[in-house]
Design a protein around this ligand. Structure first.
Ligand SMILES: Nc1nc2c(ncn2[C@@H]2O[C@H](COP(=O)(O)OP(=O)(O)OP(=O)(O)O)[C@@H](O)[C@H]2O)c(=O)[nH]1
Length: 384
């Protein structure tokens, strides 16, 4: 047992840096580590037992621990990520290593970042000590579209990102393709900021839910519900236009990208809302049922929910696959908008399935019934 302090120390921001093979992760990381903003950052290069060469690109001192000139401590992990994260805390608490202020995990190019998020969020102790800031996904500006066409892993990496960073911009010759790639990424992940690799380091690593001291920073910026809702509206309009178009001439002219984007189409983002505060028990049951029945398909769940028991203090929820946890209860609403909002990024799961469950728990009628709007103002009238 360690000597637990009376009040827990502020959580340490943790960023997951991912991106397909050769996308430019290590190059970006090396540039960022030179910035004073990332002083006292621990970098974990996660090789998941694969033979990786990334760790050779940073100077190894001993036992896989590296001290960079910028004062960054890096370690190359071949084994268990959890064990490493625990070990780092132990050494930090014992004063055996510097009190690092941030952790960046660089994943292998083929990694699905969800299990990494899962590993930290699920762990009762690590989830208290580390504040999962978010996923940063590096996309090759030249080969990105082809990679997305061919590799589902790459699509998932882009879909779950808080921030997408376009690398190799200096190699781009075809501006139209770049514009298409940006548009595709925006559709795939409407809530993510799309940056370029020379963006300020702070914008790339931070800007998530937590600030550098682990305090809740910008919930609205993190949730980006407006962007998700807008993308849903556009996608509906787009689909209608397609149907209309196809009905007329029987062909799908000019929309071949629809075929190649099959991976993209199975992964989607949507947002559910409620104007009425939700009972804690109802929310728990909804999330429980959702994760037990659809867990593997929930790439990300992020939300801000008004609880009936304490509507002035919304809870932030943050989840991945089978785990959904409450990282914070806010002292107040971040804006005038007091709706409960939950953003889902899902893989091969229909919005309707989740929405039906949500409506059932809220005691709402099905949305496709004509009098739904009127009745939803008075859900009790529907109860048998
Ligand atoms: N011109 C140019 N080349 C880049 C840029 N970023 C990365 N590269 C090159 O692209 C190749 C792959 O870059 P890395 O940073 O190793 O990519 P990675 O994502 O870490 O690769 P893996 O770890 O193998 O998945 C290297 O040859 C880099 O020099 C860039 O912005 N411009």
């Amino acid at each position: 047992m360690t000597n637990a302090p009376m009040t827990p120390p502020p959580p340490i921001p943790l960023t997951i840096l991912t991106g397909f093979l050769g996308a430019g992760k290590t190059t970006l990381l090396n540039r960022m580590l030179k910035s004073p903003a990332l002083q006292d950052t621990v970098v974990i290069i996660n090789e998941f037992g694969e033979i990786g060469l990334d760790h050779l690109l940073v100077e190894t001192v001993d036992e896989g621990m590296v001290l960079l000139s910028a004062g960054c401590l890096c370690c190359s992990v071949r084994g268990d990520l959890i064990a490493t994260l625990e070990d780092l805390l132990r050494k930090r608490d014992n004063g055996r290593i510097m009190p690092f202020r941030r952790v960046i995990i660089e994943t292998t190019g083929l990694a699905d970042p969800a299990p990494i998020l899962h590993a930290v969020l699920y762990h009762p102790y690590l989830s208290m000590r580390y504040a999962v800031e978010g996923v940063v996904t590096v996309i090759d500006a030249v080969n990105g579209a082809l990679t997305l066409d061919l590799h589902r892993e790459a699509v998932k990496q882009a879909a779950v990102a808080e921030r997408i960073v376009l690398a190799k911009m200096d190699l781009v010759q075809d501006r139209t393709s770049l514009r298409d790639l940006r548009e595709r990424l925006r559709q795939l992940n409407p809530g993510a900021a799309i940056l370029e690799a020379d963006a300020p380091v702070e914008d790339i690593v931070a800007g998530g839910l937590f600030d550098l001291d682990g305090k809740i920073a910008d919930v609205a910026g993190w949730l980006k519900t407006e962007a998700v809702e807008e993308a849903e509206r556009l996608s509906h309009a787009h689909q209608h236009a397609h149907h209309h178009h196809d009905d007329h001439d029987g062909h799908d002219h000019g929309h071949r990208h629809h075929d190649v984007n099959r991976h993209d189409e199975r992964i989607r983002a949507f947002c559910l809302t409620s104007n009425q505060p939700v009972r804690q028990g109802t929310l728990d049951m909804f999330l429980d049922l959702l994760r037990s029945s659809q867990g593997a398909k929930l790439l990300r769940v992020k939300g801000l929910v008004a609880l009936a028991e304490d509507p002035e203090h919304p809870v932030v929820i943050h989840g991945v696959q089978h785990v959904i946890h409450v990282p914070a209860i806010l002292p107040r609403w971040p804006s005038e908008d007091r709706r409960s909002r939950i953003v889902f990024i899902v893989d091969d799961l229909e919005r309707e399935t989740v929405e039906k469950l949500w409506n059932a728990f809220l005691g709402r009628p099905a949305v496709d019934q004509p009098d739904a709007a009127a009745l939803s103002d008075n859900p009790l009238s529907l109860r048998r």
